[in-house]
Design a protein around this ligand. Sequence first.
Ligand code: ZN
Ligand code: ZN
Length: 367
Amino acid sequence: MSADVNPDLRPRRLADLRDAMGRADLDGLLVSSLPNIRYLTGFSGSNALLLVTALECVLLTDFRYEAQVADEVRGGATIRIEPTNLWAGLWPTIAGTAGVERVGFESAHLLHRDFARLLEQGSRWQWRPTADLVETLRAVKDADEVARIERAVGMAERALQRTLKQIHPGLTETAVAGVLERCLRDEGSEAFPFPSIVASGPRSALPHARAADRVLQTGDFVLLDFGAVADGYCSDITRTVILGPPSDEQRDVYEIVREANVRASGAVRVGLRGMAADAVARDYIADRGYGDAFGHSLGHGIGLEVHEAPRLARSVEAPLAAGMVVTIEPGIYRPGWGGVRIEDDVLITETGGRVLSHFPRHLLEIA
Ligand code: ZN
Ligand code: ZN
């Protein structure tokens, strides 16, 4: 499998985007989000602008990518290599496209500095802010994307398996993160979707702790939250293990989180609102007396980015659709004591959720 978008899928993605542009009354869309550009064209470089109109799809990048862009895009867009800066090439590109007046820009992905360019050098066009036109398409994965995510999940799980055999009291969290990231690379992960979280003892109560110099001790929870990247697509998994035998309290808290994960993973299906999915785990945790200790939302979509649409959260009314891949990651965090999170990656299908991550959910005693 190549590292770019399956070429057969790009016309469909562009057609869907043009439908969305039509509904938004736009003649063109300036795409400045690199993951959105990758989704639409296959180009994975770090500097690009994409102009999509009813008939044209023009990708602007710079000379560093001259060979790569042709290889990745393979006719999926008209390529322009800009010698100075991409914006200088944008104006003649739009001017050369007939019938374009109202052009959308991605309000979440444009620096104010660049917005000012639209109003100054681009003043002959009407610029309209848009939100999530491409992200909405990306939320629903095709089979090719699901296969890439599944491969990223497999890499992460095998890396975790190997890492757990090497964890013992006396190591620092950063040393554990080093082992984990080495194993992720050995399994073929092409990048890290985010800096791996390894949080031990009381630090496991920090939901987004970075690995630090704390030394692991017997009796610690060790929370590992990490992922792999396969052909551009991310996985995102958390397991919490314990060094030595757990206390009754540790076991009780762990079991509540595990049950919340099982219930939510089993409940997600086509049509369920994000808020309702979140409530399955949240209500269970609250009923067991830890409502205040689950302070983040239940989950998020994964794909080309590790956090993308949809969100599973209290405020989200949008229903789940077949083909979405979401994380389910309930947690309980008690400051000064520790925390537990168990995170799996789940594909939404017509018949329910299919959990893509198969790593055991029960409490693993290490060392
Ligand atoms: Zn995670
Ligand atoms: Zn996550």
